[in-house]
Design a protein around this ligand. Sequence first.
Ligand code: URP
Ligand code: ZN
Ligand code: ZN
Length: 460
Amino acid sequence: MSVLIKNGRIVTAAADYIADIFIEGETISTIGKDLKVSADKTIDAGGKLVFPGGIDPHTHLDLPFMGTYSSDNFETGTRAALFGGTTSVIDFVIQSQGKPMQAAVEEWHKKADGNAFGDYGFHIAVTDFNPDSCAEIKDLIEYGITSFKVFMAYKGALMIDDEQMIGIMNEVRKHNGLVSVHATNGDMIDFLVKKHRAEGKLEPLYHYLSQPEITEIEASGRFIDIANYTGVACLIVHMASGGALDKVREATKRNQRIFVETCPQYLLLDASVYEKENFEAAKWVMSPPIREKKDQATLWAGLNQGLVNFVGTDHCPFFMKQKRMGEKDFTKIPNGAPGIEHRIELLYSEGVRKGRISLNKFVEITSTNAAKVFGMFPRKGCIAIGADADLIIFDPDEKHTISAKTHHHNCDYSSYEGWQVTGKCKTVLMRGQVAIENDEIKIDKGYGQFVKRGPSSLVI
Ligand code: URP
Ligand code: ZN
Ligand code: ZN
């Protein structure tokens, strides 16, 4: 199968020009002006932008969590992702305490293999670090799972202590992997949760008030210092606060290299969502919680300063029925929200169209930097000869409205209900196959493949 994309405006992290792209099989074979080739399919991309397929490096599909499962699985989640231009996701495998990490990886393969529409890699969250799991790290990295998440919160469930964190970092550093973190102080949060409970304060608002910015600042600073001590390459995921980003800024003064991810909800929403009544605030119960307008401004600036490297979604949806498990106690509301489908269109509309980021920066933060940090570049994250033909053909002017009535998430609400966006993913190619066209999915489930990742190309 060959595809010729004609006259598109090709935008990458580093370039912006009009040309044709010729795809043979799964990869890009030629890029040039007025290509004289015959193709099985020709797509006229005149007037459209052509971006590398999006990479969402932070998803939780089919995640067993807080007494339930996230409501998108690999089939529905990667399909929704493709509608929104995301061709690859990196999902978090979670080690079960008392069991080897390898068992969790096998479990995640059973969820994903044969079901995913788009490509997928795995991170692994280490929840039980001991000599046996330590010995697994080398093999996991060789297998292509090169990033390890630690939780400094969710006490009694996923949280590890600093001694375990040092052990994980030392072992991961030896094998050129990366340690990422959920950086909030679990003990401080627990203290505040107990205080609010004792005072009978059980509404969703108290989820937010139990995780003030200081809980994120403290844990981010401690993680950065311990990472500096061990010398491991490190990443703070789902950063929500300006104070946490200041800890990164300070560490750059001693030449430490830290990667940072933020999410659309932290760039675009503010804590007024927690004032909504009748349990509606539960829609935004996630950790860390959404913060203030000043934090949005700092995170946008951080993207432009290169301190924040990419935007993932932390897609972890639950139906309102599931959220209602915490109707009488905010600590029982499953943490997380949907977002996988609208990351790219929101960042284009709110970011590029509103003058907050450039078009090249937009590509960098939706695709290229994640590919580089997570060892997928240059196979993914760019438009180049030999790269996977994962491409978005994007109408920069089409306006549409986000709604749970029309989205493809398996979830009965949207965090952005009624938001008007400008710019739409019209055609999406996934390793050379047209995956989305005319608002329809054109590939079969199971087309998505496991992506074996290598070392980060940004860690020297
Ligand atoms: O609230 C969130 N973020 N849920 C997903 C799990 C995590 O901490 O990333
Ligand atoms: Zn987390
Ligand atoms: Zn997450």
